[in-house]
Ligand binder design. Structure first.
Ligand code: AKB
Length: 343
């Protein structure tokens, strides 16, 4: 008998931290964590097993399948947008081949167990590509089906994986399978930039906001790599976790499609600096745009329309920007600094 568990890949990443802690505290399912690096010891108490390994290691995945029945897979492992531009082939391997391995594993398991594996996939605003700033201003709150013209390897990977998910959900083996066999229950969220009080992101292009926050909170100067007027959507990490868990719990009948925008607030880089200056005395932020990273964020929408998520499964964020800062980020960062954990 295989043990029923919930699998989290990329467990040590920013979303993995919040998600594992939340599920570990609130639910009784056993969590199996997979990451390239040893699991943060703070998460170990919430996990049934943690494995160090790659989603590209098919032998490792075969071993996992022989021991466990995955009820839900949160597939969080990915190479983010800036890092992916330095190693596009490696990004494609991890982001696409790794996702394909897991979708195949979920499809095989769905087939032999007769129970559809839920597959939760964090996609991104990087799937959008606006050609220039004029179009970005005109586009306003971009809807899911517009501007699917990514300019980064990461964005291309994410949008293709959404399509793979749709395929494994509705069309996999459409000619070969026995009647009535159903596919993987794939569900994706197009996340904006995420801001955590616990972890600093690395390798992303939306990192300028969380980097600014963590630098200011620890009394350091920050040279922001985008212009002051740069505007893309963001969300506080607890809302990202909430969105994932709400989408996981949503009844399938309520889903009008499989990839949803979600968002909370969208300050410009300068407006975010000004919000920090209301809360810390020593805010030393300069703007020194890196032309290539700037062009990536300029291609991302200034805001996204998340009406479908609101209508289909009652999504609403808990945190607007002031509340995210006052109730989550500032106390969280101050607590960590007082505890000697650094920002
Ligand atoms: C990145 O910057 O690559 C990510 C994202 C917006 O998906 N944070």
């Amino acid at each position: 008998m295989r043990e029923p568990v919930l699998l989290v890949t990329g467990a040590n990443g920013e979303i993995g931290h919040g998600l594992i802690e939340r599920i570990g505290r609130d639910r009784r399912e056993k969590i199996v964590a997979l990451d390239l690096t040893p699991l943060d010891p703070r998460l170990a108490e919430f996990c049934h097993e943690s494995l160090v390994g790659s989603i590209l290691d098919e032998a490792l995945l075969d071993r996992l399948v022989s021991r466990y029945e995955f009820r839900t897979i949160f597939h969080l492992a990915a190479l983010l947008s800036t890092r992916a531009e330095f190693s596009p082939r490696a990004a494609h391997d991890v982001n696409v081949s790794g996702t394909l391995n897991l979708l195949q594993m979920a499809a095989d398991q769905t087939e032999w167990s007769g129970r559809r594996v839920k597959f939760l996939f964090p996609s991104s605003i990087a799937v959008y590509g606006l050609p220039d700033l004029e179009e970005k201003a005109r586009a306003d709150r971009v809807r899911e089906k517009s501007w699917n013209l990514p300019t980064t390897m990461y964005g291309c990977n994410k949008i293709y994986c959404e399509q793979l998910g749709r395929y494994y959900c509705s069309y996999y083996k459409q000619l070969g399978a026995a009647d009535g066999v159903r596919g993987v229950d794939f569900r994706a969220l197009r996340f904006p930039g995420l801001i955590s009080a616990v972890t600093v992101p690395s390798g992303g292009t939306s990192d300028f906001i969380p980097e600014m926050l963590h630098a200011v909170a620890s009394g350091q100067e920050y040279a922001c790599f985008v212009r002051e007027d740069t505007r893309i959507p963001f969300m506080a990490m607890p809302d990202a976790i909430k969105a994932l868990l709400m989408l996981e719990a949503a009844s399938e009948d309520s889903l009008s499609w499989r990839s949803y925008n979600v968002t909370s607030f969208n300050p410009s880089a300068a407006e975010f600096r000004d919000e920090l200056a209301k809360r810390w005395n020593d805010v030393r932020v300069t703007f020194e745009p890196h032309l290539k990273r700037q062009s990536i964020v300029d291609s991302w929408p200034a805001d996204v329309n998340d009406d479908a998520a609101r209508e289909d499964w009652a999504w609403a964020p808990d945190y607007d920007l002031p509340r995210a800062l006052d109730d989550y980020l500032v106390p969280g960062m101050r607590g960590r600094i007082e505890a000697g954990e650094g920002a």
